[in-house]
Design a protein around this ligand. Structure first.
Ligand code: SAM
Length: 350
């Protein structure tokens, strides 16, 4: 554990009017931005939240997110993922998506890729509106394929059926390929791996298993709570022989597989047992306007402060470049010097 892939160049440089795309000091091009539009959440997942709801929430007005998104895209961001907290709780989200859909990176002719990660509880009645506003695709978090285990993990009774309806509505609205994210947590849901394989094959969705990372509000993470990639692969091979698929792009976080009959698609995201920091292309903007260069950063870079004090776009662009320049080489999970990050996943934006 703790070893990482060598740092790779993620794409060739592109010069535009003497400017280069965002790049860190390790040679990685930063093309993906995750924006948390709220740190409120309507779930209390055992591996994420404390179960109490006493925390203070912090959100910016949507116009401020919109301005920051425009500046990031002008620097070469090509993919934006809206997240939270639970992004569907945020009033005005459709307006923000509409506005974002008008942006174009000057470094590519491709349209901006706008994705969203949701727990799906509020999705069914919103799916078509999200598509119409300009959302490209959706990822739905679902940690169990039966209602009882699902309620035990989310601590919200009666939500499982709503999430199923959300998945169907997203498929109908054309928000595919639908990805279903499942965080595996020893003692809670590792027994569901085979059933998730069947779910992928039956429902035509991509199921992605994610190793549990030390990003929770409670201090529940230990190496023993992680269900590692090797174990997931072994169990899936008992369903049917797995066949590896090539990555969709160089900075893909998931190892992709199908089964020997070509039915179903499984992704395994293994930041703990098989770190992929060497080709990380991501940066995060928290709901309170801080730039986070790594999930496991010990501090954030303030962007909203200078913006509110009147910094113009040129100044903000230069600040962002200097923040990205200092992006961490890798995380240190599993190493003696590992320190838990300064914020938990729900406050960073997953
Ligand atoms: N509320 C939305 C949702 O449920 O998808 C978006 C935010 S949530 C924090 C984003 C993703 O992070 C979810 O798939 C969640 O399961 C995952 N996540 C939260 N805590 C995690 C942890 N400690 N390790 C790995 N994944 C985690």
């Amino acid at each position: 554990m703790g070893l990482t892939l060598p740092i790779l160049e993620t794409a060739p440089p592109t010069e535009i009017a003497g400017e280069e795309r965002l790049r860190d000091s390790h040679g990685r091009y930063i093309t993906d931005l995750r924006l948390s539009v709220t740190d409120r959440c309507n779930y209390r997942c055992v591996y994420c939240r404390t179960g109490n709801d006493g925390a203070q929430y912090s959100e910016l007005p949507l116009e401020e997110y919109a301005r920051l998104l425009r500046i990031f895209v002008s620097l070469g961001i090509e993919k934006i993922r809206l997240t939270g907290g639970e992004p569907l709780l945020r009033a005005g989200l459709l307006d923000l998506i509409r506005e974002t859909a008008t942006l174009r990176s000057p470094f590519t002719t491709e349209p901006l890729d706008i994705a969203l990660t949701t727990n799906g509880h509020l999705l069914a009645p919103m799916a078509q509106d999200l598509k119409d506003a300009g959302l490209s695709r959706i990822t739905i978090s679902m940690d169990a394929v039966d209602a009882e285990t699902f309620a035990r993990i989310t601590r919200v009774p009666g939500s499982f059926e709503r999430v199923q309806a959300g998945i169907r509505a997203a498929q109908k609205a054309g928000l595919g390929p639908i990805k279903i994210n499942c965080v595996l947590l020893r003692g809670f849901n590792e027994g569901q791996i085979e059933a998730f394989a069947e779910f992928s094959r039956r429902e035509g969705v991509i199921v992605r298993f994610i190793e549990f990372m030390p990003l929770e509000e409670d201090r529940t993470w230990t190496p023993e709570t992680v269900v590692p990639m090797a174990e997931i692969v072994a169990r899936l091979n008992n369903v049917r022989p797995l066949v590896a698929l090539p990555p969709n792009n160089p900075s893909e976080t998931a190892r992709r597989f199908t089964f020997d009959d070509g039915l179903g698609e499984i992704g395994i995201i293994a930041p703990v047992s098989q770190p992929f920091c060497g080709h990380c292309s991501r940066v995060r903007l928290t709901s309170d306007g801080k730039v986070r260069t790594c999930l496991f950063s010990q501090f954030d870079h303030d962007l909203i402060g200078p913006m509110r004090r009147g910094a113009n776009d040129v100044e903000l662009r230069s600040r962002i470049r200097s923040m990205i320049e200092r992006k961490e080489a890798r995380h240190h999970i599993g190493e003696p010097e590992f320190l838990k990050p300064s914020r938990s996943m729900v406050h960073i934006g997953g």
